[in-house]
Design a protein around this ligand. Structure first.
Ligand SMILES: [Zn+2]
Length: 188
């Protein structure tokens, strides 16, 4: 939580409690919280409810790390334009669903296939750190299929396009042909 300003004290029971206006680092909303609460809190109540008790998991920490990279703490020049899928950003569970559907394991890290696209379902895979290096090399030398909008992503084929640095993903497919079909359908 990030402190913004002091808020009005309130009487709760018989005690006067100090309150502050603080910003939740996860959802970016401004909320008033009791002084003795917000300093210990990792997020606002809404966010706590959304995580359904997952806030101590590794996956949750990965999600938080992504959010802080895109919002608050650009570590490198590339981070400045880093973007993240709106649904992922708004809701941990949406990211969690994608992660479990796409082979998340505790020894894997999230990898962006193309750095400039950012954290989007169609641009990310789970990989070990040595796989990451290989993928980066592969994508530099051999990421295209010969067809516009279709590229290899891990062991799948991705159809999509980039508009104003925002990655639009049509889907991930098992075969190149399916991905080409999808690109044609979606760009008619
Ligand atoms: Zn929040």
């Amino acid at each position: 939580m990030i402190f913004i300003s002091k808020a009005k004290s309130r009487v709760q029971g018989k005690k006067v409690r100090g309150f502050s206006l603080v910003r939740c680092e996860q959802c970016d909303s401004e909320v008033e919280m009791r002084n003795d609460h917000w300093k210990k809190a990792k997020s606002c109540k809404n966010c706590v409810n959304k995580t359904h008790g997952d806030s101590n998991t590794r996956l949750f920490k990965i999600w938080q790390g992504m959010i802080s990279r895109v919002r608050y703490k650009p570590k490198t020049y590339a981070d400045i334009n880093m973007s993240m899928d709106d649904e992922w950003k708004a809701n941990f569970l949406s990211f969690k669903k994608w992660a479990t559907d796409n082979g998340y394991k505790d020894n894997l890290t999230i990898e962006r296939m193309e750095n400039h696209i950012g954290y989007h379902p169609c641009n990310c895979i789970w990989a070990t750190s040595s796989e990451q290096q290989n993928n980066k090399r592969e994508i530099q030398s051999n990421n295209t299929s010969g067809y516009k909008g279709v590229s290899k992503q891990g062991n799948k084929w991705r159809a999509g396009k980039t508009i104003n640095k925002k990655s639009i993903c049509f889907g991930l497919y098992n075969t190149k042909e399916e991905a080409i079909e999808s690109y044609k359908e979606n760009t008619k």
